[in-house]
Design a protein around this ligand. Sequence first.
Ligand SMILES: C[S@@+](CC[C@H](N)C(=O)[O-])C[C@H]1O[C@@H](n2cnc3c(N)ncnc32)[C@H](O)[C@@H]1O
Length: 334
Amino acid sequence: MNLARNMTRLLHMPGKLEVFSTGTKEEIDSLRKQFGEFKDEFESLPHKMAELKDDIDAAKMELTGLTQILENVEARAAVQMAQQSASILRAVLRQRSAMRLAMPATDPDAAQLISPVEGHKSLAECYELLSREAPIAYEIWRRLVDVNEATYEGCPVHSCSVAGHEMAELFACFLVPYLTGTVLDIGCGPQPFPVYLREHPPNHIAGIDPLLPVDPHPFTFVQGICEFLPWEDNLFDLVSIATSFDHVLLIDRALDEIHRVLKPTGHLVIWTSFVSGAAVYDPYGSDVAPVDEYHLFHFDRGWFEELMSKRYVQREMISLAETSGSCFYSFQPA
Ligand SMILES: C[S@@+](CC[C@H](N)C(=O)[O-])C[C@H]1O[C@@H](n2cnc3c(N)ncnc32)[C@H](O)[C@@H]1O
């Protein structure tokens, strides 16, 4: 480049200065010419820098555009992957129905075993105990129970596990390998028969919910709450909780109660959803407030699994969270 050459020449100026004093006219003219060229080049530098800056700015804009395109492609790929893995999971879940055929037959005399203990607490007595244990949270929770009841009116498919509820049907498939012997469904809801239990004989099922059903349940039903379960110890082979666990007031008490009524070989199967980063729920404090119109709290997956690990061993987990927010878990008593 001329500039570099001229800079080198300038560095040799002391030698050239000698030429000024001793050199010929031609040498001096040539030096003047070189100096003139160097000056022109030097003066054109700001213009060249401005051009260079424009080039850099254009390249930056192009890079930003490309990054944007790449991010869009990545986001679309992530969504597609999530959808694909969700549809694979759905297919795998549907396959589980075939396992039903290989399941041992259920004892026909079991029905008499799932009656609640005589003289168990009434719903009002349970409420009284709740209000003593967690007075502030209890007041809010009671209002939420009423709000939720209004949303279940007519058992709409988006709120209740009735025929046509896609996730409830998938949960039914997830349940298949566990659906044996005596079953307790916690928060069984207002619909007479939750679809996820329809493969099981009603006389082997017990359900509990503070809400009465729209039509009588065809299984043993207690109007109550899972914080105080009115059944004997070690009675159930399966305890199921379908979208009800994040409606419970005292989840630690509920988990202790489920542990008590579950056989040591039994399973606790939970269908729940998570809100990432949801605060750890403490119903006993004074700063309890609803997190939305229907819930006192949401589960975050981290603290949900930690809470469960205190009393139960996780056996299985299928997450459809990317597409539906739902996760299915199975646990056994630790
Ligand atoms: C979203 S619904 C789910 C009903 C049903 N499992 C289904 O999938 O359609 C939640 C249910 O949990 C019940 N629930 C709320 N608190 C409860 C508690 N402490 N013990 C038992 N059930 C409770 C509600 O009354 C409601 O019926």
